[in-house]
Design a binder for this molecule. Structure first.
Ligand SMILES: [Zn+2]
Length: 207
């Protein structure tokens, strides 16, 4: 019981190093706990981000209803099952109703949700749902393509270490032409049957 949650993160990293059979006091490792804490705090900083603050002053009322698309957004996240990285590209599109989001804010939104312990499916749907919630567009589409180091590094199912997930809301769900236009724009036409986020997790085998 004692100290289970009271140890500092640095103490815990020292304990982890020792239980791996290492000497936490050796020269190469002596500052590792400090670095690991700093890195983990950055990589999970999305928990403390305030979406409204991120989007502050970047929601605009417009008379524009063509597809807005931001593709090839790099992201890095941590798989919640193994605390190992998964990373790749995120593509976001929406059909405005009355409001748009400043383009530079879309990658920030991706950062907020990727800098948490995640599974790829939830990351995908959280980005889509947040855009729906904030600007009530006619439709939102999010596609995430990622490589999972928890799969490839551990040598399990190497062929499945790359996964594509999507969340299609509104017009992107109901209108096949709209969906195809988006998939063509991100050059994923051959992947028109890509998994939807409602399906069970495949991105990372929980083992
Ligand atoms: Zn994993």
């Amino acid at each position: 019981m004692s100290g289970m949650y009271n140890d500092s993160m640095q103490d815990l990293v020292r304990q982890l190093l020792a239980s791996l059979g290492e000497d936490p006091e050796r020269e190469g490792l002596v500052n590792t706990p400090v670095r690991v804490e700093k890195a983990l705090k950055f990589l999970t900083s999305g928990y403390h981000a305030d979406i409204d603050q991120v989007l502050n002053n970047a929601l605009f009322t417009v008379d524009y209803n063509e597809m807005v698309i931001v593709k090839d957004i790099d992201f890095y996240s941590l798989c919640e099952h193994h605390l190992l990285p998964f990373f790749g590209k995120c593509h976001v599109a929406y059909l405005p109703s009355t409001k748009v989001i400043g383009l530079s804010k879309i990658p920030r939104l991706v950062d907020v949700f990727s800098r948490r312990l995640q599974v790829q499916e939830r990351l995908t749907s959280q980005i889509a749902e947040t855009i729906r919630e904030k600007i009530a567009p006619l439709g939102v589409a999010v596609v995430v393509e990622a490589t999972h180091l928890c799969m490839s590094m551990r040598g399990v199912e190497k062929q499945n270490s790359f996964a594509v997930t999507s969340s299609m809301l509104g017009a992107f769900r109901t209108n096949a032409r709209t969906r195809m236009e988006f998939l063509e724009l991100i050059k994923l036409r051959g992947a028109a049957t890509i998994r939807d986020t409602s399906a069970a997790s495949v991105a990372c085998v929980d083992e």
